[in-house]
Design a protein around this ligand. Structure first.
Ligand SMILES: NC(=O)c1ccc[n+]([C@@H]2O[C@H](COP(=O)([O-])OP(=O)(O)OC[C@H]3O[C@@H](n4cnc5c(N)ncnc54)[C@H](O)[C@@H]3O)[C@@H](O)[C@H]2O)c1
Length: 278
């Protein structure tokens, strides 16, 4: 039996983190598009990793439970990498909330109940959650602690209160950060840690969909005018995941790390500020 990593979302960010942290483990890769999971599984197996691909849908509790059950057949689950998600140009409001918000909440809760002592997880949030204005303390608490099955019934997440897909995505990503804080308390009872990473623009198929979508010029302007002056790479997200998931991150849990080339800083205090700036 090996220690097991669950990887949800066989995209570029997920694969980069799995390659950085998953050596010597069994890596169970779940993706709604099973061909994506199979493609990543093949690349990694041919590079010396031990992976298995599965079809799974992050928006379905049953599918998440099935993934965890399959993973447990290989050994104890000691790592979680949640890099499954849909972006504002890829899906309607309901799907974004169901996958990115509800599904992530279920996954963190379910894995938190079985994670091995000393285990660690990361979930990929987004800079988008940082750009949205602060919510009320009550709304933050609701996003953090409402049972997953009741989340989408919250007033702040009702369709009439969500303006567009970008707003849905921002709410989902804000919720991810709050869930991570609340879950860190529970994961801590098992001696395990959970954190989130909020990437800026990272070149992946998802980001390329955004570059070619209705907000393409907005995104291209964002990386051109951020302090780094370029989009990021999945491997730079893995750099931070490595810190968070290794023993060097032993004192870090319930935290969110913004890794965006300074785009959020520029949005508030620089040339990316809406309506002008420097
Ligand atoms: N790329 C960026 O610029 C960027 C920026 C901020 C946040 N993110 C976040 O990073 C995460 C990973 O995205 P990526 O850029 O690596 O994208 P990607 O398109 O390379 O990978 C995402 C994967 O998730 C899978 N997926 C979609 N819906 C699913 C579902 N319901 N169940 C299971 N799998 C599903 C897709 O099939 C795909 O393989 C997402 O949560 C995204 O919101 C990406």
């Amino acid at each position: 039996m090996k220690d097991v990593m669950i990887l949800t979302g066989a995209g570029q960010i997920g694969m980069a983190i799995a390659r950085r942290m998953g050596y010597g483990m069994k890596i169970v890769i779940g993706d709604k598009r099973v061909e994506n999971a199979q493609a990543v599984s093949k690349i990694m197996n041919e590079a010396g990793f031990d992976t298995a691909a599965m079809e799974m849908d992050l928006s379905s509790r049953a599918s998440i439970q099935n993934l965890i059950a399959k993973a447990k057949e290989y050994g104890d689950i000691s790592m979680l990498v949640n890099a499954a998600g849909v972006s504002p140009s890829q899906a309607p409001i309901e799907a974004i909330l169901k996958v990115d918000l509800y599904g992530t909440a279920v996954l963190l809760e379910k894995v938190g109940k079985v994670i091995k002592r000393g285990g660690a997880g990361v979930t990929i949030s987004s800079q988008s959650g940082h750009r949205m204005p602060a919510l009320s303390a009550e709304a933050d608490a609701q996003l953090a602690t409402t049972p997953p099955e009741e989340l989408l019934g919250l007033e702040i997440l009702k369709p009439e209160n969500i303006r567009d897909t970008l707003h849905a995505y921002q709410m989902a990503k804000r919720c991810n950060e709050k869930r991570v804080m609340a879950e860190a308390v529970k994961w801590g009872e098992r001696g395990a840690r959970i954190n989130s990473i909020s990437p800026g623009i990272v070149v992946t198929p998802l980001a390329i969909d955004e570059f070619n979508g209705p907000r393409g010029d907005f995104y291209k302007n964002m990386f051109a005018k951020c302090p780094a002056g370029r989009p990021g790479t999945a491997d730079e997200i893995a750099n931070v995941a490595e810190l968070l998931m290794s023993s060097r991150g032993a004192f870090i849990t319930g935290a969110d790390f913004l890794v965006d080339g300074g785009a959020t800083a520029s949005y508030f205090y620089g040339p990316l500020k809406p309506g002008g700036g420097r």
